[in-house]
Design a protein around this ligand. Structure first.
Ligand code: HEM
Length: 392
């Protein structure tokens, strides 16, 4: 297996990781990323195999489970019930119960509300140059997921702050200060959710939390801890990635002069935005049983990574992958993952993007970038630091 060196926190890489992904792919579909000391898949077929193959999964085999330092215990106590970190049978059970409440009818029913929310936010845009992220891209996903779960919208700022601090645990080269921030945020989030779930248990409403409390499969329900973790997972996963896809998407649409394509065909254009510049690039898996991927053998206890954003630009799968082409056939990118952990929120994220992006450009036809946008200096989320725009 060939190896490659690339500091994941190097500013030039964080701003534009795609040339490095191309250089990696020229060495083979799977290679060792020295800085992570881990094999990574950069080809489409190998990435897809890693995500779908049942010989691999998110949960560490028990004999390889990392020791958790005492100061991180509150964070991992929540992760211990997260479907994203589990495999069958617990993963199947948790995911099944969530899907029971998170129905396509409930998601589709949000369309009119998302539409109205977008118009309302645009009505309140400041005059002159302003940052579109806090005024639009951050507001929509967090308000939508809060409403869907039945959490008061006034909590949006706290939810954003807790969630930002918690995902800091996934950043390359995290510090003790990042860890302490993540733990404090976890404790505050859990305390809030515990109280809130109790209120909903006593007074059920027409919201996802009440449905999750009631959701039952074969006589089985979510325990209190599972319920709290699931709500935190949905609230966190439910906005971070969508915010960044919306920001990256606006920058791409303006930069690539693709606004007309968006208005003509929002569905395919949103798929191309997801393929071209996704918010989440890297996911890891543990190996459970000896397995061969792209000609390389892996053993129980090995860890491998899937580089979704590199797979999305594999020329064996996409013609001229570095070009932004909204008329590509939809539905092939790996930005929502694949296999058992395929994103539960994909239909909601797609709906939000397909509604919010066209409304923005219809209401502000000459919307222009006021500054060259820069990505935030982190690798765990590929999203913009700010997106300064002005009306045309
Ligand atoms: C554009 C926006 C989004 C992107 C790019 C995205 C991406 C992903 C990816 C790549 C995974 C799989 C991770 C893995 O295989 O290890 C995933 C899982 C997940 N996502 Fe999303 N997501 C988005 C929006 C959402 C939303 C809106 C929600 C909730 C409302 C959500 C909830 C989840 C959950 C619960 C999982 C775990 C599924 C499981 O483990 O079975 N996501 N997402």
């Amino acid at each position: 297996m060939q190896s490659f060196r690339q500091n994941p926190t190097a500013p030039a890489f964080v701003q534009d990781p795609y040339p490095a992904y191309e250089a990696m792919r020229s060495l083979g579909p799977v290679l060792r990323w020295e800085d992570y000391d881990m094999p990574v898949a950069v080809g489409y077929a190998a990435t897809s195999d890693i995500l779908k193959n049942r010989a691999l999964g998110r949960e560490a085999p028990p004999e390889f489970a990392p020791q958790i330092p005492a100061h991180l215990a509150p964070f991992y106590a929540v992760e211990a019930h997260s479907m994203l970190e589990l495999e069958a049978p617990r993963h199947t059970r948790l995911r099944g119960l969530v899907l029971r409440a998170f129905t396509s009818r409930r998601i589709a029913g949000m369309g009119a509300e998302i539409d109205a929310l977008c118009h309302d936010l645009i009505d309140r845009f400041p005059a002159g140059e302003f940052d579109l992220l806090p005024h639009y891209a951050q507001k929509i996903p967090v308000i939508v997921i809060a409403r869907l779960l039945g959490v008061p919208e006034e909590m949006a700022e706290d939810l954003l702050a807790w969630s930002n601090a918690m995902v800091g645990m996934y950043q390359a080269g995290r510090t003790r200060a990042d860890e302490d921030r993540a733990v404090s945020a976890t404790e505050a989030f859990v305390a809030f959710m515990r109280g809130y779930v109790d209120t909903r248990r006593a007074h059920p409403g027409d919201d996802l939390i009440s449905e999750l409390i009631a959701a039952e499969m074969d006589g089985d329900r979510l325990s209190e801890d599972e319920l709290i973790t699931t709500c935190i997972l949905l609230l966190n996963a439910g906005h971070e990635a969508t915010v960044h896809t919306m920001g990256n998407g606006v920058a791409t649409l303006i930069g690539q002069h693709a606004v007309d394509a968006l208005i003509a065909d929002p569905v395919n254009t949103v798929e191309e935005i997801l393929r071209f510049d996704p918010p989440l690039h890297m996911f890891t898996r543990w190996v459970y049983a000896d397995v061969e991927i792209a000609g390389h053998r892996f053993r129980r206890g090995d860890q491998v990574a899937a580089l979704l954003a590199a797979a999305n630009r594999d020329p064996d799968r996409f013609d001229a992958p570095a070009m932004f082409r909204p008329d590509r056939a939809a539905g092939q990118n790996l930005s929502f993952g694949a296999g058992p952990h395929f994103c539960v929120g994909a239909p909601l994220a797609r709906l939000e993007l397909q509604i919010a992006l066209p409304i923005l450009f219809q209401r502000m036809p000459g919307l222009a970038l006021a500054e060259t946008p820069r990505y935030a200096d982190v690798y765990h989320f590929h999203g913009l630091k700010s997106l300064m725009v002005r009306a045309g």
